[in-house]
Write a protein that binds this ligand. Sequence first.
Ligand SMILES: N[C@@H](CCC(=O)N[C@@H](CS)C(=O)NCC(=O)O)C(=O)O
Length: 304
Amino acid sequence: MSDLILHQYTMSPFSIKVIKILAHKGLAWHGVAQPVIAPKPDLTPLTGGYRRIPVLQIGAHIYCDTTLILRQIEHLHPSPPCTPAAQQGAADMIADWADHRMFAHAAMPTVFEALDALPEKFLEDRAAMQPANAGAGAPVEHSIAQFQQDCLLLERQLAATPFLLGDNFTLADAAAYHVVNFTRAAPSLVKINSSLPRLSAWLQRIDDMGEGERADISPRQALDIAREASPDETPPVDAIADAALPNGAKVRIQPDDYGQEVTKGEIVWTTADELAVKRHDETVGDVMVHYPRAGYLITLETAS
Ligand SMILES: N[C@@H](CCC(=O)N[C@@H](CS)C(=O)NCC(=O)O)C(=O)O
């Protein structure tokens, strides 16, 4: 039985980013279906508050955010590599662009055009995820025009090679693919990406990779697995002593962009780009929740 449990839902673009990496590595994994909108009563006992999707569970360890999820999968299953070492920086930067900038352009028009397929309270739920000062934003036509510019960048980058960074699929492809794939639910965006021949062929190439060896389990089974496991508190070799975030300190962690639900926990260890906290929950017992540092606001509990 695989140890990798991915909490996701079918329409979740960020889940597809992870699933394509699982496919690339030929890994077996378990999917757990979570709700598209809050509340998420079978997820938050694991995370302590974080509601975004996907979340990776390995026993009593919970990994939030696809940046960290993919780093952890790479650490556990390094072969074949997701991205060759020499291209890691470039892939990370393209992934950051796709996950934030291109996704922001694609999300609104796709949601508007696919509204019939979404739960009734979807718009209300996603509006509540935005911070109070987020503003009304630009008109949908502007987002469509910007998405077109993004697709032109991808088309140009695919001029000489089948994948964004060369002959092989990398993290850069997984990140850009999940956004463009999501827009296939929106006819006006499909018109844009299907008019670009290299982009269309690249989409098909990644469609054909499948999704690895998937076997779904129920949310209850995932919670039982967490409860029956104990978190391993051994720090990794690259753990650091961070005077601002010392081990044992009680902290609050929340995304700095959207879906700002807070997780509270006690720091077990930190590295330059990750933070692990332990928390106790009456449903699942002791768990360790892992966050990337990039994109997350971490404050000492006593400081608030
Ligand atoms: N930076 C996060 C973004 C994740 C994200 O925005 N996920 C979407 C679904 S694809 C989400 O959580 N939407 C709200 C929800 O599902 O409750 C990551 O890389 O994991």
